[in-house]
Design a protein around this ligand. Structure first.
Ligand code: FES
Length: 139
């Protein structure tokens, strides 16, 4: 692990040591991936959407403890939210939900914000692609 766990609070430690909703999702309605270009850490977020709300969320993250804790709490934050509400979740909100992150780890929560945006966009693209095109009108 190599990181100083002493800096982190109990919420952070709980989500890092017992991540919620970890693992791949079968047939997600949307999947978003985000990568930190500096460290290479990657988060993949899967969502199910029912009647405009995120009904389920899972994640796969290859990264540091802050990236894993951010991923875990993000799945809890977005469940039950409308797509618009989910899109409004910022990296700062993720960090705040974890009880704060050390300044050097704030960028890790950015992965979560970007993954949410990518997953919602993926859902919207799939929904658009599967919706019937409007009938052609003759002029
Ligand atoms: Fe790379 Fe945390 S160090 S996301």
């Amino acid at each position: 692990m190599g990181e100083e766990m002493g800096f982190y609070n109990s919420i952070f430690k709980e989500h890092f040591t017992h991540p919620r909703n970890m693992g791949e999702m079968e047939n997600p309605d949307g999947m978003g991936e985000a990568q930190n270009p500096v460290c290479g850490d990657t988060m993949r977020l899967f969502i199910k959407v029912e009647e405009g709300r995120i009904s389920d969320a899972r994640f796969l993250t290859y990264g540091c403890s802050a990236a894993i804790a951010s991923s875990s709490i993000t799945t809890e934050l977005i469940k039950g939210k409308t797509l618009e509400e989910a899109l409004a979740i910022s990296d700062h909100m993720v960090a705040e939900a974890l009880g704060g992150l050390p300044p050097t780890k704030i960028h890790c929560s950015v992965l979560a914000e970007k993954a949410i945006q990518a997953a919602v966009l993926d859902f919207q693209k799939k929904t658009l692609a599967s919706s019937p095109s409007p009938p052609e009108t003759e002029s």
